[in-house]
Design a protein. Sequence first.
Length: 449
Amino acid sequence: MFKKILVANRGEIALRVISACRELGIRTVAVYSEADRDALHVRYADEDVCIGPAAPTASYLNVTSIVSAAEITEADAIHPGYGFLAENSRFAEILSDCRIQFIGPSPEAIRTMGDKALARETVAAAGVPTLPGSGGALRSLDEGLDTARQVGYPVILKASAGGGGRGMRVAANDRELGRYFEIASSEAAKAFGNGEIYLEKYLVTPRHIEFQIFGDRQGRVMHLGERECSIQRRHQKLLEESPSVALDAELRRRMGGAAVEAARAVKYTGAGTVEFLLDADGSFYFMEMNTRIQVEHPVTEEVTGLDLVKEQISVAAGEPLSFCEKEIRARGHAIEFRINAEDPVRFTPSPGRITTFHPPGGTGVRVDTAAYQGYVIPPYYDSMIAKLIVRGKDRAEAISRGRRALEFFVIEGVQTTIPVHRRILEEEDFQAGRISTRFMERFAAAART
């Protein structure tokens, strides 16, 4: 097992990794930017190193500074958390060259699944269902037009090298495809340094279902069940839950099996997530694979009783998975609410000082956060303040518990998305499980009337 782990991240995920390390008896090193000098992950780590100014490119994305910090403190492994360098294959390669263990999959797996077009080709070869489309990156607009006419409109353009909604456009006809082609490519180049885009058939009202998978160095790969992630705005998730009301035992078996085959196709090790679009007729299609721990991993932890971050660390140290798939049984229902420092109507960032911070507690309530009263939310990073996770014996109790916990969660000084979540829980369609990736569009339109 590792003696010292450097956490190459910030905020609640850095604190989450430090907590897991503390329980495993592993010393930790926090790295921080000048803007995060007073952050909790710095306070609770055994050692800390300032790695640069506030800008992410000068600090949390500065590979040279992070590797230097690991060498100076004699850390034998680095946990990247999510975001920043978590899915950077070159970073993983550099750590290997420096004999520092990267707590994540191989550089080859990251590289393959990070190229969305190549990932699609790879999983299709393994028998995983994929949406009709270009197969790989488009070489020209004419090729895109030919492909769109073959699969039928509407279609969606996606960045080969990225995600999060950037480099993504939906076209309903030839004219729109012509207009969006260069826009999507330019946006992808600006966001990811790679302007390649590919095309897929666009499903109008699908569900977004993802499966948590895990692999070890002994060759075992398994899934830990699904998460429903359909409540999202601009392709950014707001609320996640497990299990999904849309899946019966047979569909869960087929989708879980496809997720495992996708992971096996790249000899995957560690924690990862295979994401699918589920159509109303029960057909499902591979969307992408995230080669890291997810923001919403606590949902799976609450229904399985497993500590996924501890498992990541153990697998990276060469240990076999501590469980087998037949032992994984979902217990009850869990929902995670992303509490962001945002205007609850316009969803614009709301950085500033938190003057009051009173998180809820009680049975079945968990709050993952690095915020506190007096903490200043900097404008340079992600706007998430906390993750509120609730668990109940069934979905109805989880919703009821979420309603109570959101009511008791008091944050003042900045605007937050708490009011949005409270309204979502009161929606009849949400309570009935009638949701899709278009839910927030209708929700937002209703809020304006």
